[in-house]
Design a protein. Structure first.
Length: 439
């Protein structure tokens, strides 16, 4: 029985091989028939060849190709990052790029495109960043397989500082060479600017204090020496010494005021202040100064009461500083206008705003100075500022106070026609009648 089954299996396998080779046999048979028809005397050779092909198909097994080795695919070098790497890179809060070991860009997150513009995956990263120091940083990280970093300054379209790092992304613990690297940019611009401001502040404050101290020392040495027995000169020098001491006192007061305001910068004022009454008070206080300078102050408010939310003392400091500056630096115009009016609300705001503007008619301010007016110790004219007893901190104090009140100082000026300083605060009440006073 077993022999019968074996014979049956052999027979079926031979028939199967004949079926698999059917097209080859049909083609060969047609060729042999054609050959026998063309060469009748050699027909026996053609039929013998065909019989040989049939025998090969019957008795010789067909060779089959071994299946491909799948393991080779799993260890093949991957050139595109997986979804998880892309998702993590996208979630980072700073610009980041995924590169392969050939420094070819494979992925860029949204923050990178917002900061540096679009980049196409598959392009060398050198197409995006051509600075040699960045390319060397990438080369160092790829060759060492370790994190590398540096500070980088981008100058176009505007100056910005970044801490740049290139870190390997380990996908397999046993891998000798990382397949991907993360190129990251951490924005240091604000920190650098703050550092520069602190440095400038210390240098300027030291300079501002050094000058009157040097003057005091000179006067003291003169009194102790040549003028020791000259009462008239002693009195004159003592007057000059008092001026220098007052100058230092003003500077220290402004520095302390600026420090206090900065310490409270995160605390928004909650009290209600009548801005109309406050402006009347400030104008009354500065009337003697304006009269001495030959300047008239015109106050115009659009309502009897202008309630706003703010710190009364700080808002007095803002108004006093701006009106005093207008009187001193716009003295040649002989007139200063102080206006306060209610601006209508715009959706979705429920209340309007109170706009306060102080305008002088003096020489004005050149356009190149306007962006820097609120910098500490910045002066348009150093000699004129010191002559008018300015410390260079007044507008910086105004800016910080208005920032605390969620407002900002706006400055417009036309050389030869004067300057206008204005700010806005949310209106917290109902408008009344118009009031106008001239001083």
């Amino acid at each position: 029985m077993a022999d019968f089954n074996a014979a049956s299996d052999n027979e079926s396998s031979r028939l199967s091989r004949l079926f698999q080779a059917r097209w080859l046999l049909i083609g060969s048979g047609l060729l042999c028939a054609l050959f026998a028809w063309l060469e009748p005397e050699r027909a026996s050779l053609a039929f013998a060849g065909f019989a040989a092909l049939v025998g090969v198909a019957l008795f010789f097994p067909r060779r089959t190709l071994a299946p491909p080795v799948r393991g080779a695919i799993s260890v093949r070098r991957q050139i595109w990052p997986g979804t998880s790497i892309k998702a993590i890179t996208e979630a980072l809060g700073y610009p980041a790029y995924v590169l392969d070991a050939d420094a070819v860009l494979r992925y860029a997150n949204a923050r990178a495109e917002a900061a540096f513009g679009p980049a196409r995956a598959g392009d060398p990263i050198s197409y995006k960043f051509r600075r040699p120091e960045i390319m060397r940083l990438i080369e160092d990280a790829v060759s060492s397989g370790a994190r590398a970093e540096l500070e980088y300054r981008e100058q176009v379209p505007q100056e910005r500082w970044y801490a740049v790092s290139v870190s390997p992304i380990p996908l397999a613990p046993a891998a000798r060479q990382p397949q991907f690297f993360l190129l990251s940019f951490f924005d240091l611009t604000e920190a650098k600017r703050s550092e520069q401001m602190r440095s400038d502040f210390i240098a300027n404050a030291s300079h501002e204090l050094r000058t009157p101290l040097a003057s005091l020392r000179g006067f003291i040495e003169t009194i102790q020496g040549p003028a020791a027995k000259d009462p008239e000169n002693i009195a004159r020098f003592l007057g000059l010494m008092l001026e220098q001491a007052e100058r230092m006192s003003r500077l220290i007061d402004d520095l302390l005021s600026l420090s206090r305001i900065e310490m409270k910068s995160h605390m928004r004022p909650q009290t209600i202040v009548d801005l109309a009454e406050l402006l009347r008070q400030v104008v009354n206080m500065l009337e003697p100064l304006a009269a001495n300078l030959g300047v008239s102050i015109e106050l115009s408010v659009s309502a009897k009461n202008l309630p706003v939310r703010g710190d009364r003392d700080e808002l007095i400091q803002v108004a006093e500083n701006l009106v005093e500056n207008a009187c001193k630096y716009g003295q040649s115009g002989k007139r200063v206008e102080v206006n306060a009016k209610i601006l209508p609300s715009a959706p979705p705001a429920e209340h309007g705003q109170v706009e306060v503007s102080i305008r002088d008619f003096g020489p004005g301010i050149a356009a190149e100075h306007l962006p820097r007016l609120t910098e500490r110790f910045y002066r348009v004219d150093i000699a004129s500022s010191r002559e008018k007893q300015g410390t260079g901190l007044g507008l910086a104090i105004v800016k910080h106070i208005l920032n605390r009140h969620s407002s900002r100082l706006a400055v417009t000026s036309v050389p030869g026609e004067g300057a206008t300083f204005s700010f806005r605060l949310p209106f917290e009440g109902e408008a009344g009648g118009k009031s106008k006073n001239n001083y």
